[in-house]
Write a protein that binds this ligand. Structure first.
Ligand code: ZN
Length: 293
């Protein structure tokens, strides 16, 4: 199944993609694609629904993040050896874990907003893993049975916020709109091998990233098992599994995003995201000068 959330930001409805690629309304079956609706029993029930009998969604609605109310947004750093090399860092002996604030989550085609003070906003195409069954102390052998599905993620990153000064990854990964997720959650039964998916990213029509999930240092099963030794994973949690080489920081000289740029990225079988980069024209108050950066 390809599950989708559509509608205005914060008011998304659950839907499912039919065999023609159209959205069918799932509101008669579930309230949202989030939390407990991602449990294996809930997905099994949805599989029995006659999709053709559901109302077809007309018009061209905005697509939201394919998972609502994300509990944890866990990211893995330096999980492709060739990306670690371009970042000038060693391949880690164990997965590098950091969190992205869930307020960064947005739709796959929403604008990416460059935060105030940013000069080094960058891109990262990544395979997203959505947890279905709760996982705690699971073995690598059983780990994939805890996956509800997979999706495309752009792990948008601000390199100065992330790496300069004291270097705090969560700070550099958490601005609003730094977490486009979707367009679909493709259920795990339709992804034959999560470790053999082509992935790519273009900026202004130029291909920067071309990779395949087979070159991950730590595969999906290992990551779920590893994380579950340190925290429980819950339905609707997301793991972003790291990016292949070709990020802006790795160019010589580095290339970063500016307002007006377009980003297109995708993963084999999981769909395509299209973002326009914009400046932050929000009306939020100017930050208090007393805040220590
Ligand atoms: Zn990343």
């Amino acid at each position: 199944m390809k599950l989708i959330r559509y509608g205005l930001s914060g008011q998304e409805n659950p839907g499912i993609i039919d065999s023609n690629g159209d959205i069918r309304d799932l509101r008669g079956e579930i309230t949202d694609i989030s939390g407990e609706t991602l449990l294996p029993s809930s997905l099994d029930r949805l599989r029995k629904v006659d999709i053709g009998s559901l109302p077809r969604v007309t018009g061209n609605p905005r697509i939201g993040a394919c998972v609502g109310r994300v509990g944890k947004f866990i990211c893995i750093g330096l999980n492709y050896s060739d990306h670690a090399a371009e970042a000038g860092m060693k391949v880690p002996a164990e997965p590098v874990i950091f969190m992205k604030a869930t307020s960064a989550v947005c739709g796959p085609n929403d604008d990416v907003v460059i935060p105030r003070g940013s000069q080094k906003t960058d891109w990262e195409v990544e395979l997203g893993v959505v947890i279905g069954a709760p996982a705690k102390y699971v073995s690598p052998e059983n780990a994939l049975s805890h996956v509800a599905g997979y999706c495309v993620i752009n792990d948008v990153s601000e390199r100065a916020f992330q790496l300069e000064g004291t270097g705090q990854w969560t700070k550099g990964k958490s601005a609003d709109t730094f977490g486009p997720i979707g367009p679909w959650l493709v259920t795990a039964d339709e992804v034959a091998d999560p470790q053999n998916l082509d992935m790519w990213l273009e900026v202004n029509g130029r291909r920067f990233q071309s990779g395949n999930t087979r070159t991950m240092v730590f595969g999906v099963a290992h990551l779920i098992s590893y994380l579950s030794q340190y925290m429980s994973l819950q339905p609707g949690d997301i793991i972003s599994t790291g990016t292949p080489p070709g990020v802006g920081m790795g160019q010589r000289p580095p290339i970063y995003l500016s307002a007006g740029d377009s980003i297109v990225l995708g993963i084999q079988g999981l769909g395509v995201q299209r973002q326009t980069v914009v400046a932050d024209n929000s009306q939020y108050p100017t930050p208090n000068k007393e805040i220590r950066r």
